[in-house]
Write a protein of this length. Structure first.
Length: 384
């Protein structure tokens, strides 16, 4: 496929006002200004007609396919709220690719998501990075597991307070995480000690081994500034790779986050302050974090904000002071980097997956329309 006559946002520092993108097979083959466009082309040609061509959008944190749309409890598979420590749970075992929200994601140009368990448990389980097109989740996977979900703050407290079980305080939530990471460390030492009797298989501790080895990052659900700091404290104690998710009060400590080298996936921004820890929610958070040098992405947290509004969430960051190209990066390359899949998606570069979105005007203009969505080199949405 050859896409011509559009403003090309490569998301790698180059924007071409009138350009083309060349796709061969399922990969991006090249791009450039129209004067360099191939003259002879035997495949399909799509005319962007002065619109904008950019990578498919990436939602770095959501629960797509985990909570069925308009289904109720029968489709709610995101929270195993019976045990505060469930690292062995895998998103791929719950994702329903037949959920109609996958189609809505594609139609909005969202081609890759990081989806997984909710935040009821301090250690919730394994997220997966998947494409939004397909009927068999195994064939949609980019990376699984992609992250281990940890949760701090009100959600674990409220979940177990109702049951009068641990954890009902922030102290106990942190203690649950520490205790199980320490158990996993001990389990690893016994496995590696040739003279030690091998421990009995433990699915939970096995799931935490890649985390301790630094192979699998943790994504930490945290809204309040003190919860963010607690998450970082624990990660430093156990030498874990981490990303902060939500970071609602990140704008109160941006310099500290920058000093720690923390990445933050912000959002959702479209919604009310439905609980106390959202009291300081602000549209300015992504812009403030970026100004302080914090790597920042924007998410929907679907179904909290429906996934098709990911570009609108980025547009709201522009309203909050971020420049449009940086906000676009927050749902493309920066999101891909924080999701750990930037080697495949998030920018237009030769050799990357041919996932693109063509819009009638700038993609963050709410009046813009999606004209074409390409995934793995094939058009999955086309609207003339």
């Amino acid at each position: 496929m050859l896409i011509i006559n559009g403003t090309v946002h490569t998301m790698e520092g180059l924007t071409i006002p009138g350009g083309y993108v060349e796709i061969r097979g399922n990969k991006i083959a090249g791009f450039g200004p129209m004067e360099e466009c191939p003259k002879q082309w035997e495949g399909e040609v799509f005319d962007a007609q002065g619109g904008h061509i950019q990578p498919g959008f990436v939602d770095a944190h959501c629960h797509l396919g985990m909570f069925g749309d308009a289904v109720g409890v029968e489709g709610d598979d995101g929270n195993e709220a019976t045990d505060p420590c469930t690292p062995h749970l895998r998103a791929v075992d719950a994702i329903n690719p037949m959920d109609r929200c996958f189609q809505e994601a594609r139609e909005a140009g969202v081609t890759t998501v990081l989806t997984g368990p909710g935040s009821a448990n301090p250690i919730s389980g394994q997220f997966a990075a998947i494409k939004t097109n397909g009927r068999w989740v195994d064939a949609m996977v980019l990376q699984a597991p992609a992250a281990m979900k940890l949760a701090l703050g009100e959600n674990p407290k409220l979940t177990y307070h109702e049951r009068r079980e641990t954890p009902t305080t922030r102290m106990a939530t942190a203690a649950v995480i520490r205790e199980n990471l320490a158990k996993a460390e001990e389990y690893r030492e016994k496995l590696e000690d040739e003279e030690e009797e091998k421990p009995e298989y433990d699915a939970k501790l096995e799931a935490l081994l890649p985390v301790l080895r630094g192979e699998l990052p943790v994504h930490i659900h945290a809204h309040r500034a003190d919860d963010i700091v607690t998450g970082i404290r624990i990660c430093k104690e156990f030498h874990l790779r981490y990303v902060i998710v939500h970071g609602t009060e990140g704008h109160l400590i941006p310099d500290l986050l920058a000093e720690e080298g923390a990445g933050v996936i912000t959002g959702p921004c479209l919604g009310g302050r439905s609980k106390p820890e959202l009291a300081n929610q602000s549209l300015e958070t992504p812009a403030i974090l970026q100004r302080h040098g914090v790597k920042t992405a924007i998410c929907t947290d679907h179904p909290e904000t429906p996934i098709q509004y990911l570009p609108l969430c980025a547009a709201m960051a522009v309203r909050g002071g971020m420049d449009p190209e940086s906000a676009l990066a927050c749902i493309t390359i920066r999101a891909a980097e924080l999701a750990g899949v930037a080697h495949r998606v998030g920018s237009l570069a030769p050799g990357k997956d041919a996932d693109l979105t063509v819009t009638s005007s700038h993609p963050l203009n709410w009046l813009s329309r999606v004209r074409l969505v390409v995934m793995d080199g094939k058009g999955v949405v086309s609207s003339l």
